[in-house]
Design a protein around this ligand. Sequence first.
Ligand SMILES: [Zn+2]
Length: 182
Amino acid sequence: MKTLYALPCPCGQTVDVDRTQAGLAVNCACGRRLEVPTIRGFADLETKAQPASEPTSTWGPRQGVMFLGVAIALLASTAAIYARFFPKPNRIQGVDHAAVVKLVDEKTPTQTFELWSELSRGMDRQELPEMLQYWDYLAQRNRWSWVAWGVAALGGVIAAVGALMPKEDTKRRQSARTPART
Ligand SMILES: [Zn+2]
């Protein structure tokens, strides 16, 4: 970031110059050609108020963390909702699809896990293999839904941490960076 100096012109206007232009000539809006002083001469010039430095970006680590958290939460909850509420339909004849889905849906994560391990042991031999497969599919799907909810909650926590991060004092940071006048 450059410090700008106001080089006065006899016409009354000033031309913005910076130290890199020391010893060169600049043109005023009135058409006069003005000599920029050498570095030493800059001390006699008035400094200009800093122009709005760097397109004032409000993005910092804080916003980044918040954005990441919200993005994770949104993606994961979308996945969870999809897994939970859009299971592929049951194609087994004579079985009420909605009833089966409801039965699995009502289970807690622990019950889901138990069901899943029961199914993987093939406990109920009375059931049709197809039916078992479908139950297994639903149980797995629900399990993933719970995992996705967990990830979504984690995203929420990350966003909250971001929100609690101290706000950056951009003004103080800028003035600290401005070189001291000599
Ligand atoms: Zn002029």
